[in-house]
Design a protein around this ligand. Structure first.
Ligand SMILES: [Zn+2]
Length: 76
Protein backbone atom coordinates (compact mmCIF):
# COMPACT_ATOMS: atom_id res chain seq x y z
CA UNK A 1 0.00 0.00 0.00
CA UNK A 2 2.82 2.43 0.77
CA UNK A 3 3.69 3.09 -2.87
CA UNK A 4 0.10 4.17 -3.53
CA UNK A 5 0.14 6.84 -0.89
CA UNK A 6 2.02 9.66 -2.67
CA UNK A 7 -0.31 9.45 -5.65
CA UNK A 8 -3.28 9.99 -3.39
CA UNK A 9 -1.98 13.01 -1.52
CA UNK A 10 -3.67 16.34 -2.10
CA UNK A 11 -1.80 19.20 -3.73
CA UNK A 12 -4.19 22.07 -3.04
CA UNK A 13 -2.17 25.11 -1.93
CA UNK A 14 -5.27 26.73 -0.44
CA UNK A 15 -5.64 24.05 2.23
CA UNK A 16 -4.36 25.53 5.49
CA UNK A 17 -4.36 22.44 7.69
CA UNK A 18 -4.09 18.75 7.09
CA UNK A 19 -3.48 15.64 9.13
CA UNK A 20 -0.46 13.76 7.83
CA UNK A 21 -0.77 10.00 8.26
CA UNK A 22 2.79 9.52 7.06
CA UNK A 23 4.41 11.83 9.62
CA UNK A 24 1.73 11.32 12.29
CA UNK A 25 1.12 14.99 12.90
CA UNK A 26 -0.76 18.12 11.90
CA UNK A 27 0.67 20.12 9.00
CA UNK A 28 0.24 23.82 8.30
CA UNK A 29 0.11 24.37 4.52
CA UNK A 30 0.07 20.60 3.98
CA UNK A 31 0.49 20.90 0.20
CA UNK A 32 4.23 21.21 0.92
CA UNK A 33 4.23 17.66 2.30
CA UNK A 34 4.76 15.04 -0.36
CA UNK A 35 3.52 12.20 1.86
CA UNK A 36 -0.09 11.21 2.58
CA UNK A 37 -2.29 13.73 4.37
CA UNK A 38 -5.97 14.61 4.43
CA UNK A 39 -7.36 18.15 4.47
CA UNK A 40 -9.07 19.42 7.63
CA UNK A 41 -11.64 22.19 7.37
CA UNK A 42 -10.61 24.58 10.16
CA UNK A 43 -9.78 28.23 10.79
CA UNK A 44 -6.98 27.63 13.25
CA UNK A 45 -4.76 24.91 14.65
CA UNK A 46 -7.01 24.16 17.64
CA UNK A 47 -10.04 23.70 15.43
CA UNK A 48 -8.02 21.55 13.05
CA UNK A 49 -7.06 19.22 15.89
CA UNK A 50 -10.69 19.01 17.05
CA UNK A 51 -11.75 18.13 13.51
CA UNK A 52 -8.99 15.56 13.22
CA UNK A 53 -10.11 13.91 16.45
CA UNK A 54 -13.74 13.97 15.34
CA UNK A 55 -12.89 12.15 12.11
CA UNK A 56 -9.99 9.94 13.14
CA UNK A 57 -9.96 9.75 16.93
CA UNK A 58 -6.52 9.13 18.41
CA UNK A 59 -5.07 7.55 15.27
CA UNK A 60 -1.80 9.18 14.21
CA UNK A 61 -0.84 6.79 11.45
CA UNK A 62 -2.97 5.05 8.85
CA UNK A 63 -2.46 1.60 10.35
CA UNK A 64 -4.08 2.79 13.59
CA UNK A 65 -7.40 3.16 11.79
CA UNK A 66 -9.70 0.21 11.20
CA UNK A 67 -9.34 -1.37 7.74
CA UNK A 68 -12.74 0.04 6.77
CA UNK A 69 -11.73 3.53 7.86
CA UNK A 70 -8.39 3.26 6.01
CA UNK A 71 -10.28 2.33 2.87
CA UNK A 72 -12.52 5.39 3.25
CA UNK A 73 -9.57 7.72 3.79
CA UNK A 74 -7.60 6.35 0.85
CA UNK A 75 -10.61 6.40 -1.42
CA UNK A 76 -11.45 10.08 -1.14
ZN1 LIG B 1 3.69 14.96 6.20
Amino acid sequence: MSDLIPKLARRDESVRFGWCFSHGRLHHNPARCTAFWVPLAAEDEGAALVEKRRQFGDARFLDELTPEHQFQVLGR
